[in-house]
Design a protein around this ligand. Sequence first.
Ligand code: ADP
Length: 639
Amino acid sequence: MQIFLKCKAAIIKREGSSKMKEKVTFHHAVTMYLRGIKELHKVSPKFFPILTFYCIVNAVTPYITVFFSAQILKELATFRREDILWKWVAIGVLSVGIVSALKAVLKHRYDTLFNDLWGRKEIIFIQKLFSLDFEEIDKQENHDLRSQIQQNENWMGWGLMKIPNVYENFVTGMIGILSGITLTISLFTAQVPKEAGWLTVFNNPLFIFIFAAIMIGVSVLAGKFSAASTKCQSTLSSQATMGNRLFGHFGFVGMDKERSIDMRMNNQQNLIGAYWNKNLAFGVDGPSGKMARGKMGIYASLGVCITTLITGFIYVFTCLKAWGGAFDVGSITQYVGAATTMAGNIFLLTGLIGVMETNTGYLDKTFEFLDIPNAMYQGSLTTEKRADRRYEVEFKDVSFHYPGSDIWALRHVSMKFKVGERLAIVGENGSGKTTFIKLLCRLYDPQEGQILLNGIDIRKYRYDDYMNIFSVVFQDFQLICQPLGANVAGNMQYDHDRVYQALVDAGFGERLTSMEKGLDTMIYKNLSEDGVDISGGEAQKIAIARALYKDAPFIILDEPTAALDPIAEAEIYEKFDKIAGDKTAIYISHRLSSCKFCDEIAVFEEGAVVQQGSHEALVSDTNGKYYELWNAQAQYYTE
Ligand code: ADP
């Protein structure tokens, strides 16, 4: 109980902290980025090492060119020794060639890994979704949060996928600055000779300090303008999200096979066009276009203008020192080249502050989703594999209402499943049949009462272990675009004979023999041109085969045949009954005729079990609910 309460407290805490942080601290931003890097590294371990290597090579490349050009110019301006000149040219060309080739290879590798990462990072979200409590998946706010994260990413790569860009600029900027300092140290230490008059002022250490301060100050200012421009973009977030939603929905709606006929017949394309034109977030005259022409553009150009000032300042300083005789013309090339590249790197780093700050808000959203706590208690007991399949399940005075609803979907339900028995659950729509199965499969925990497996509360078992004792075919079962055999086995590797037998038992045998590729036939055409489209009835048989292949001690059919006519449904149930063998089987149906062969029938009404017994016993109770339902349905069918 203590554990359950702790988990609930974690949920309440999350609900209170879902607002966006007003002010992002440096420490918080760094923590978020480091966590993001860790998450991405887990799904693509080669990405960051390759990116780091690429950044180093990319950062030093311009300095190599600057260095060798300077050496050649120095030699030309002084001794003009042919052999030395050849040496510098040869080493220079070779070095630049090797580094450029290496950079090209690394860039290609980095681009490939980056594209791969776009897909791979989805694993992080998919794993989270599959590990979430079912109750959390039900909540609309969690769906909204996930789609918001996706929209931010689609818009400008905000969120996790901005991290590689920030990392690249950070490492490149830092390495660039360090390389620049190495090549420019002598610019400051070289002394202007005394005879140069007033120019000796450059020898004063204070001047060097002022120079460095101006350089850094102006770069920071340029970075601030760049950051302000970036922040302007993020204010468009909500409109961009809407724009992306429109694009995601209306942009592809025409490809939806099931909608296409209805769309044409009702001229829905006109509606789509009109709505789309009114909501063009990214149009030239939309908010994004207007902002680009307004303050966003102005901030960006101010940033660039200021960077040019830095370059001018470096030129003047270097030339004046050379004029005073501190160094030769070759060194001017080295210092000017290195210092301007370094200023560019400082600008890169300071500009990053704005991106980092803005993106931290988006990362907060991402981690808010990834940190949704699971409130359901996870037990550690194993459901020892019993050869005799004697698994007894009992509902003991169970009551349950869905999260956010005050209405009891189940009330005081007590029931014991006898091993190997056929149990039918019948009742009108909304009487609680599916909810009963959802609790049995522990998609939710009851608020009152207990569900016991062999006398122990099911919460105390390991969930995956517990689920292994059930094969369920839900009403809205789903097959995926994968080969038939893999669909049945739920695995790419499987026992072909058993899958084949399960399909034959489920009544799919004839159709299977007509399939040229047999179990390797791709289901649906979404991923493969030679995939096959299957009818609803065929899909149902595959879903039933899947349940048979699992060969679990409990088998549950939750109205998977609702779309069939009553006779076809009854046939499937009876056939299934034969196949189910010694398993405990539970059938859910709102059609009573389909289940009369069952040993025991439980009648649900408004969340409670109002009657229980064999068909004969129930139908003879003329005052009971079963009798009422039976007569109502029988009358309908005979008509
Ligand atoms: P049945 O399977 O007999 O048709 P259900 O078990 O699906 O009935 O539903 C029982 C009750 O629970 C109904 O009143 C239904 O509206 C409600 N209910 C079902 N699913 C949810 C849900 N996810 N959230 C809130 N109420 C639900």
